[in-house]
Design a protein around this ligand. Structure first.
Ligand code: SF4
Length: 223
């Protein structure tokens, strides 16, 4: 998509998400026990902040660099560890590679305690992340990632296939962990979503179909 391919590196830009230290992350949203963002039960983490403006982005609220909330990596690791059924974590956004250092710290903290598969959705291509101008700590985060879904969302290439937004996005095994699960990705006309109540109201986890109708649901009863 024109406009989505421009070079988007962090460099020394000061307009980064506030949680840029290695012990904190700027988080858009976090949901435990998600079943629609990869194999098994997953902690889903949407980080805050993205420089891109992909037309049709399904998480526009995650783009402002100063949005979301700051959370320590220890708090997020604890949320993962509290649920014994979590197979792994799916990290999306926003743009995860703008906070690669803190995400590495998070993954290390979790893996010190328990096995954890890591799936990352990024607007960068793998090649961009391997170039010399890649965001800081990109190589480190790639080293910790089992499955990478790469490239920006391109509305015209949205083919309603499962677990990715558009057909330009590649599903890349960086380790063998999810090699046998690759068949779950890119299945035509198969988009699963979960609708969950959160502190901020209803939230959809998963990649909705392009024909998904916006639901008008009643206010939550306060009890
Ligand atoms: S890369 Fe993702 S979060 Fe950023 S604008 Fe594109 S679709 Fe939205």
């Amino acid at each position: 998509m024109k406009g989505c391919r421009r070079r988007l590196t962090r460099g020394s830009d000061s307009k980064m998400p506030a949680g840029k230290g290695s012990e904190t992350l700027q988080v858009h949203r976090m949901l435990p026990r998600v079943k629609t963002l990869g194999p098994g039960l997953r902690l889903a983490l949407w980080v805050q902040g993205c420089f891109r403006r992909c037309p049709g982005c399904i998480t526009p609220d995650s783009r402002p660099l100063d949005g979301g909330r700051q959370q320590t990596v220890s708090e997020i690791a604890a949320a993962f560890l509290r649920e014994p059924g979590h197979e792994g974590i799916t990290i999306s956004g926003g743009e995860p590679f703008l906070q690669a250092g803190a995400l590495c710290r998070l993954i290390d903290l979790i893996r010190e305690q328990r096995d954890c598969g890591v799936i990352v959705y990024t607007g960068y291509t793998l090649e961009e992340l391997q170039e010399s101008g890649a965001p800081a700590d990109a190589a480190e985060l790639l080293r910790r990632t089992d499955l990478l879904i790469d490239g920006p969302y391109i509305r015209e290439l949205n083919d309603d296939a499962s677990l990715r937004g558009s057909s330009n996005q590649r599903v890349i095994c960086l380790t063998e962990r999810y090699r046998n699960d690759i068949g779950l990705y890119g299945v035509k006309d198969r988009r699963d979503i979960e609708i969950r109540w959160t502190q901020d109201g209803l939230f959809i986890a998963g990649i909705p179909s392009k024909t998904t109708v916006r639901l008008q649901l009643p206010e939550r009863d306060e009890t």
